[in-house]
Ligand binder design. Structure first.
Ligand code: 13P
Ligand code: SF4
Length: 338
């Protein structure tokens, strides 16, 4: 299959760009032109002006982002369109509008909305339309700092963990954070609303959220010399108990210096780090942290898509409607300029 994929890539040349997230399987990573975390892939998509066929091996929100950031003549396809993101599904336009009405009633006109790039295009558009931006785990501190300078408080969607972990590191205490419960509309906070700086949507990534303090304790007991590093989508207690936290690109770079690590993130990436560093002692913090949506793309579905593209028999591309894309682009462009 690899040979067939390579032959089609050679024949399509610059017309084709295959992008893969780090959580993809080894065969997909081997077939890709570029591999990265969400930030890096968004930047590559935005910079590429030659590929008319972009194949995104990741999940739906990433392909949507690539569509928004590329030109009209560039089409974005996914080998398996079913690959979604449970966290992105935790916020949609109607729940964001309901939240906004409630929050502005409590906090007045003092909120800037910021959404993790792991969100639906309509949520990025919601943020763009309200003067806000997007954020990824790779640039969260600078974007949240921007938000706190721009407005009295941030509505951070949909990942409460990335919002809480990053804001805390910037000096915002837990007592200055509220949680918005999307199902009940309840806004949870203590004390004077005037003191609230972060309003956290109650979404989370089920894969990182399941990594627990018990995993950290067990890793410390089994590997007392190892550095425990985790993705900021992990819970606050896990992130605080770890020795370091950061985006996927951070986790990869961090393992370059030193020899003993326990890594808390999606299993495909940790396995690749283990295999790429046979001389180091790298272990998994939780061996059940597997993103099944990321796993939906495989070499069979990639080859089938490439064959169809080469025949000119295009499946439906991933398309964001013009109005949504225009507002989402405002939000994305602020992030990319930061
Ligand atoms: P990053 O790619 O920003 O590290 O996010 C991890 C993730 O969960 C992607 O779905
Ligand atoms: Fe979504 Fe988490 Fe899977 Fe990333 S790892 S795609 S955030 S569910």
């Amino acid at each position: 299959m690899n040979d067939k994929i390579k032959a089609i890539k050679d024949r399509l040349g610059d017309r084709l760009l295959i992008l893969a997230h780090h959580y993809q399987s080894d065969e997909i990573v081997a077939a890709a032109d570029a591999v990265g975390d969400s930030l890096k892939l968004a930047q590559i998509a935005a910079a590429n002006k030659t590929a008319e066929l972009i194949v995104f091996c990741g999940v739906h929100f990433m392909a949507e982002t690539a569509d928004i950031l590329t030109e009209d003549n560039q089409l974005v396809f996914m080998p398996d369109r079913r690959a979604g993101c449970p966290m992105a599904d935790m916020a949609d336009m109607s729940s964001a509008k309901a939240a906004w009405a409630k929050l502005t009633e409590i906090f007045g006109d003092s909120i800037v909305p910021i959404t993790y790039i792991n969100s639906k295009a309509e949520i990025k558009a919601f943020c763009g339309a309200h003067g806000g931006t997007t954020v990824t785990s790779g640039n969260a501190p600078s974007v949240i700092k921007w938000g706190l300078e721009k407005a009295k408080r941030i509505l951070f969607l949909p990942d409460q963990n990335l919002g809480r972990n990053t804001a805390y590191d910037l000096g915002i205490g837990l007592e200055q954070m509220a949680v918005y419960h999307r199902e009940t509309g309840e806004v949870e906070f203590e004390g004077n609303p005037e003191n609230i700086r972060m309003i956290l949507w109650d979404g989370y990534c089920p894969i990182h959220h399941r990594i627990s303090l018990d995993h950290v304790k067990a890793a410390r007991a089994n590997n007392p010399d190892a550095k425990i590093i985790v993705h900021p989508e992990c819970t606050f207690e896990v992130a605080e108990a770890a020795d370091g936290k950061g985006s996927t690109e951070y986790l990869i770079k961090a393992t370059a210096n030193g020899s003993d690590f326990v890594v808390g993130t999606e299993q495909h990436l940790v396995n690749r780090l283990i295999n790429a560093n046979p001389d180091k002692n790298i272990a998994m913090l939780d061996n059940k942290a597997v993103c099944e949506d990321m796993g939906l793309t495989n070499d069979e579905s990639l080859l089938a898509l490439l064959e169809a593209l080469e025949r000119g028999d295009y499946p439906e591309p991933i398309k964001v409607d013009k109005e949504t894309a225009a507002d989402a682009l405002k939000a994305l462009n602020i992030m990319l300029s930061l």
